[in-house]
Design a protein around this ligand. Structure first.
Ligand code: SAH
Ligand code: SF4
Ligand code: F3S
Length: 440
């Protein structure tokens, strides 16, 4: 009797990685594998990895180290994703019990790589250093999120910001055809999903290979798919952020009131060193368009502090920008030097303690801004999509169109299932979430 093929998969990193994992799981299941919950129970242990910052990269090596003793029991290990593409065959040297190393641009070859693994090969690689023009499209996606359907519309990145590994780990920028994206949106709607999130490292750099729709038109078209109530998209790059995206949000009610627009720094001098290809003024002009929209569009961003050469004055400019934009959410990071990137050759003069202090100052100020922003919502009635329950507190957990977490109570006897929508009156506010009660 053939032994059952089982796998364990753990995912690190961004939403693109999370969604890649849904496609990898679907592919494995189609190849006759069964997913298990514990490393111990799996014949094949896979880690889908992230290398955006050094800390993220270390996680996978820690995980491999923790579980290498399982190798003796005849298990196989595979490293997928961004660390796999970045480190390539070096992973076999560092962790000789690993048999498969594959970057995301090679996943369409997974069935073939799995067959070689089953034949006993121990040094299988899927490494594609910015060569492929193809995207990973599969009908076997195994959707793990019960209320949000992800669709990757563009893979890779051609922007080469000075600090960033993604152009090297994810390959060339390549978009899917709009007809394929829309077909997937319809399939997801037919499965009962009402929320779609369009994904791309730079989602708005989308270029339809069929030449039919630009990004804003694709957004509007996805928003008009029958059954879809919410469309989100992430991440937008300021360089490619056009006014028609704001017009689409104003025109199509299903497009959510939220745009994530990473600024990285408030100083044009630092932006230039980062090779972001826009200035503070260019960025703020786009924020102006978003603030002038008819819809109350919530804004969020990513910021790197302590980039090589960032002065105290540059940092003050970032703090000023924070105050000017009044974001609803900020992801702040200390600069982390990464392999292969141009910034690696810049002299990193800022001591770690100074980076940590700048990050703390930034996050403290942002918390204050959010406390005020969120409290402005008190008294409003907002539509919330339910994501789960907090039984300890008797609260239902969900999210508003603006992407704000909302915890609310309801007098209804039966708790709403994930994916349900409720009208909620906001009764309280914290810096990171809202409190409310369902309106009957
Ligand atoms: N494509 C998106 C960003 C994707 S990476 C964009 O250009 O906006 C997610 C975030 O990680 C980035 O916005 C940046 O803030 C952060 N990041 C990337 N490389 C980093 C590094 N070397 N050190 C610290 N933060 C980094
Ligand atoms: Fe990285 Fe810049 Fe590409 Fe974003 S645009 S993924 S920060 S290189
Ligand atoms: Fe990490 Fe790769 Fe995403 S480096 S953030 S998993 S694109």
């Amino acid at each position: 009797m053939a032994t059952e093929k089982t796998f364990y998969l753990e995912t690190f990193g961004c939403q693109m990685n999370a969604h890649d994992s849904e496609k990898v799981i679907g592919t494995l299941v189609h190849e006759g594998y069964r997913q298990v919950e514990l490393e111990q129970d799996a014949g094949l242990i896979l880690y889908n990895t992230c290398s955006i910052r050094d800390k993220a990269e270390q996680k996978v090596f820690n995980r491999l180290n923790d579980h290498k003793k399982l190798y003796k029991a005849g298990k196989r290990f595979g490293v997928l994703g961004c660390v796999a593409q970045q480190e390539g065959e070096k992973i076999f040297e560092r962790a000789p019990y690993v048999s498969l190393v594959s970057g995301s641009a090679s996943y369409r070859k997974l069935p073939e790589m799995l067959a070689r693994l089953e034949d006993g090969e121990t040094r299988i690689t899927g490494l594609d250093d910015r060569q492929t023009e193809e995207t990973f499209e599969t009908e076997f996606t195994s959707r793990q999120n019960p209320y949000r359907g992800y669709i990757t519309i563009i893979e890779g990145c051609d922007k080469f910001c000075a600090y960033c590994v993604v152009p090297y780990t994810r390959g060339k920028e390549r978009s899917r055809s709009s007809s394929s994206v829309l077909a997937e949106a319809r399939r997801i709607a037919d499965q009962g999903y009402t929320e779609i999130q369009l994904l791309g490292q730079n989602v708005n750099s989308y270029r339809d290979p069929e030449g039919k729709l630009n990004f804003a038109e694709l957004l509007a078209a996805v928003g008009q798919v029958s059954g879809i109530r919410r469309v989100r998209f992430t991440t937008s790059h300021p360089r490619d952020f056009t006014r028609d995206i704001v017009a689409a949000i104003d025109a199509v009610p299903t497009l959510c009131d939220h745009v994530h627009l990473p600024v990285q720094s408030g100083s044009s001098r630092v932006l230039k060193m980062m090779a972001r290809e826009y200035t503070r003024e260019w960025y703020l002009e786009r924020i102006g368009w978003l603030k002038a929209a008819k819809r109350p569009i919530s804004l969020s961003t990513d910021i790197i502090v302590g980039f090589p050469g960032e002065t105290a004055d540059d940092f003050i400019q970032t703090m000023d920008l924070l105050q000017e934009v009044e974001y609803d959410c900020v992801f702040g990071f200390k600069y982390s030097a990464r392999p292969n990137t141009p910034a690696l050759t810049m002299i990193d003069t800022i001591p770690e303690a100074e980076k940590a202090q700048r990050l703390q100052v930034l996050l403290d100020r942002q918390r204050e801004i959010q406390r005020i922003n969120y409290s402005r919502q008190i008294g409003n009635i907002v539509e919330v999509m339910v994501e789960g329950m907090n039984p300890g507190r008797g609260q239902i957990i969900g999210r508003s169109s603006q992407n704000k977490p909302v915890n609310f109570t309801s007098s209804a006897l039966i708790a709403p299932a994930p994916g349900a929508y409720r009208q909620v009156r906001i009764t309280g506010a914290f810096p990171n979430s809202l409190l409310g009660e369902a309106v009957q």
